[in-house]
Design a protein. Structure first.
Length: 157
């Protein structure tokens, strides 16, 4: 079931995060991104990173896809010329934690290269077409493609 949360506008990401966490993913896992050029049932997850400077945990809702057994997220930052903070935090540590709907995982991550990256990128553009425009707007920055490998289920992020 697609969430009733409204995508866009001030504070929507924080509302999305709070609803996702409060309902264990029942509200917020699938969002309607059609107003921005996406699909009506776009899957989202919650990524936990540890601040590279502060050491504090950060939770970020992100669109995700699947590539084999791995989970894919994209570091687009809406096409900004700099990488998103979550990506910079992620690159500081080899391990990762994330929640997909009501399932919570700990695992590792990697960035695919070459033909594999191109394949995964194309899959994600099919899932969320605005990524193509975000790459163009990124002013020469290659938008990161991240594969999350869920190694174990956990009780909490």
């Amino acid at each position: 079931m697609t969430s009733t949360l409204q995508v866009g506008g001030p504070g929507w990401i924080e509302r999305h995060l709070q609803a996702y966490l409060a309902t264990d993913g029942a509200e917020g896992h699938l969002l309607d991104f059609t107003p921005g050029g996406g699909r009506a049932e776009t899957p989202t997850l919650i990524l936990k990173t540890i601040g590279r400077r502060t050491g504090h945990p950060h939770l970020t809702p992100l669109i995700y896809g699947r590539h084999g057994h791995e989970i894919v997220v994209i570091g687009s930052k809406g096409g900004a010329p700099e990488h998103p903070a979550w990506y910079l935090n992620l690159t500081a540590r080899p391990d990762v934690a994330f929640q997909v709907a009501d399932k919570k995982y700990r695992g590792v991550w990697r960035e695919p290269k070459g033909a594999e990256r191109a394949e995964v990128w194309d899959e994600m553009v099919e899932l969320y077409p605005p990524y193509r425009d975000y790459q163009i707007r990124a002013a020469g920055r290659e938008v990161p493609v991240i594969l999350l490998d869920p190694r174990e289920t956990v009780d909490a992020l």
